[in-house]
Design a protein around this ligand. Structure first.
Ligand SMILES: [Zn+2]
Length: 109
């Protein structure tokens, strides 16, 4: 079972206490965007075998949104941080790079 640390209330929340919100750090397209860019924003998501940044809501806890960085292939959790953060914290990216030297990540802080 997936267990994530809620950065808001400090609880160790089980997967059953959480609601998934999909891929984190999507770039919202504005009214001047091309149809292709807007379609990609609406429908295209990463589905990596490895490190992924996901939005989660502590639905049966404090109710707040946060982002979790985890490995989809091993379920290893690298860390969590509030959803109001526009990019992953540098210390989290360093932790991922230490554990996954081959990872070429996104979202440079
Ligand atoms: Zn919480």
């Amino acid at each position: 079972m997936l267990i994530l640390h809620c950065p808001h209330c400090g609880a160790e929340a089980a997967e059953t206490d959480l609601t998934p919100g999909g891929q984190a750090h999507l770039r919202r397209e504005g009214p001047g965007a091309s149809d292709e860019a807007f379609e990609a924003y609406l429908f295209q998501r990463d589905n990596p075998k490895g490190v992924h940044f996901e939005r989660w809501r502590h639905a049966y806890g404090c109710g707040k949104w946060f982002i979790a960085a985890r490995a989809t292939d091993t379920m290893e959790v690298f860390g969590t941080y509030p959803a109001q953060t526009s990019a992953p914290p540098r210390e989290l990216l360093d932790r991922i790079a230490e554990r996954r030297p081959d990872w070429r990540g996104r979202g440079e802080a």
